[in-house]
Design a protein around this ligand. Structure first.
Ligand SMILES: Nc1ncnc2c1ncn2[C@@H]1O[C@H](COP(=O)(O)OP(=O)(O)OP(=O)(O)O)[C@@H](O)[C@H]1O
Ligand SMILES: [Mg+2]
Length: 288
């Protein structure tokens, strides 16, 4: 079971005081990641022995880590806390199947209180480097930094999606962010990589270029453009996955744009025998 599906199951097993304690950990993540009994008691407004009792449960469930210097929030602990927030706010009330697992995130189909489909993107950035951190250092040190990195990345993607949505660009519609999780509207389509044969590949490519140009004029280059990050539905395309986007005035902007455009042109050349000049395509995107 993935960490997040486990979290969905655990939400129902936890009580109010368990969540009070998780809240103290989550709220203090930026400043203090290792907490002791008296701090937890002070911020949760629960007596020390009660805190100890709940910590024991949270440690047993794998939500909190314990060491000789104190207690710390683990990944599943933050997953659970986020799920609780989303459900309290009626943003997500049920989690469905996992529909994607990428290098950086786990993607789930979910439902809101009206049983409308929503998409949950839970960041899992640095899984492999985290293992190295864990090997080299105390687990407590590694976990907190890992969580902060994922929170920052979710925030970056959410802010960019929100900023770009005011243009005519085709991207997922962002609804909410909580810690390392983004809730979006679903896009019903297939990954460009998985479509057997496009009806009109030329017009799909043109459509992609138009969208890259809109993003560019709004100040962003996707930075991870490939056939897996583009969804296709008939003649419509949607560009996903923006956390690594680069600003057009960044020092490496031209190199990143070149790589993105190369990836896409190579794909259309390989699969559909469409040849397009890269320099000319970049000029069109830049509007020069
Ligand atoms: N809003 C959405 N609607 C429908 N499907 C989505 C949506 N967002 C993501 N997906 C699905 O989940 C997959 C992974 O999403 P995304 O590319 O955002 O995550 P990732 O983990 O960063 O991926 P990568 O492997 O590129 O790092 C997508 O290829 C797509 O199939
Ligand atoms: Mg992706």
């Amino acid at each position: 079971m993935s960490s997040f599906s486990k979290a969905g199951h655990l939400v129902s097993l936890l009580n109010k005081s368990d969540f009070k304690i998780l809240k103290v950990f989550a709220s203090s993540l930026k400043n203090r990641q290792i907490l002791n009994l008296s701090t937890l008691s002070q911020y949760s407004n629960l007596g020390q022995s009660l805190v100890e009792h709940h910590l024991e449960r949270l440690v047993k469930f794998g939500l909190i880590g314990k060491s000789n210097i104190g207690y710390t929030l683990l990944v599943t602990g933050l997953d659970i806390y986020v799920l609780k927030i989303l459900s309290n706010r009626n943003i997500i009330n049920a989690i469905g199947p996992q529909i994607g697992i990428g290098k950086e995130a786990e993607i789930y189909l979910a439902h809101d209180s009206l049983e409308q489909d929503k998409i949950l993107k839970m960041f899992r950035l640095g899984r492999s480097s985290f293992k190295q951190i864990k090997r080299k250092r105390d687990i407590i040190f590694g976990t907190s930094n890992w969580l902060l990195l994922n929170i920052e990345t979710a925030k970056k993607e959410y802010d960019i999606l929100n900023y770009l949505r005011n243009s005519s660009i085709s991207i997922p519609n962002p609804l909410y962010r909580s810690f390392h999780c983004i809730v979006m509207e679903p896009i019903y389509g297939s990954r460009l990589s998985e479509v057997e044969n496009l009806n009109d590949p030329q017009s799909i490519l043109e459509n992609i270029i138009i969208n890259l140009s809109i993003a560019y004029h709004k100040g962003y280059i996707n930075g991870d453009l490939n056939e897996y990050n583009i969804l296709v539905n008939n003649d419509s395309i949607f560009i996903l996955d923006w956390p690594q986007a680069v600003k057009v005035d960044a020092i490496n902007a031209d190199a990143v744009l070149m790589r993105d455009v190369k990836n896409i042109l190579n794909f259309f050349s390989r699969k559909y025998n469409i040849e397009r000049d890269i320099g000319n395509t970049i000029n069109i995107i830049k509007g020069i």
